[in-house]
Ligand binder design. Structure first.
Ligand SMILES: [Zn+2]
Length: 223
């Protein structure tokens, strides 16, 4: 596992888009914890059944269980070259769990992981969120700030109705981001101290952020 990339960033930072692009161009598996858990549940595996029993009661899936699912995923042959871990870890406990996983299964321990932090100003994130509209028919997502639509209530692709999610209000968004930043701040500090952290200015446009990301990766590989 030479290329160990960990992507950390708040919702709306564009992290998902960048992961998709990098995963495709570098042929590295994109490991999204949420999607991974959903797939595990759908498969009816023991871990999946257990995870479902927590989720269906509205409880958080225990750290050890999530870690186990991630470990099993990282053991698959497509991760031999490396992986992109998207949205994990989110807390110090999860970071320690990831340390344990890598200590156990990483075959290239001498190569340190790169933690990319998608840094965006909170105000900008809230602005992105409240300007977000999604189509009820084809689920396309639009940002009214960056895409000028003739009619802000009609999807230009399929003619479906564009709506704003109920929880995409300024007040709820600020609350959500505060929780996020409080939880991840110590994580950022820890990775910085270890020399793993690479900060990306995620307030830039998609192409610029991607170029920065690839530039850092090339520098890392050659160093
Ligand atoms: Zn549509």
């Amino acid at each position: 596992m030479k290329q160990k990339y960990i992507f950390i960033g708040p919702p709306g930072s564009g992290k998902g888009t960048q992961t998709e692009k990098l995963s495709h161009e570098y042929n590295l598996p994109h490991i999204d914890t949420g999607a991974l858990l959903r797939a595990e549940i759908a498969s009816g595996s023991e871990d999946g059944k257990l995870a479902d029993s927590f989720i269906s009661k509205g409880q958080l899936v225990p750290i050890t269980l999530v870690a186990n699912v991630i470990k099993n995923r990282l053991k698959k042959t497509d991760c031999e070259k490396g992986f992109i871990l998207d949205g994990y870890p989110r807390s110090m406990e999860q970071a320690y769990a990831l340390d344990d996983i890598l200590a156990e299964i990483d075959t290239d321990k001498n190569i340190k992981p790169c933690v990319f932090y998608f840094d965006v100003d909170e105000k900008l994130l809230v602005e992105r969120l409240v300007n977000r509209r999604s189509c009820i028919k084809c689920h396309s997502i639009y940002n009214l700030k960056t895409m000028k639509l003739n009619d802000e209530s009609v999807c230009p692709k399929c003619g479906g109705q564009l709506i704003r999610r109920d929880d995409d209000t300024e007040e709820i968004a600020y609350k959500r981001f505060d929780t996020y930043f409080n939880q991840t701040a110590p994580l950022i500090d820890m990775y910085k101290e270890r020399g793993w952290l690479i900060r990306l200015d995620a307030s830039k446009d998609i192409v610029s952020v991607y170029n920065d990301l690839v530039g850092e990766i090339k520098g890392h590989v050659n160093s």
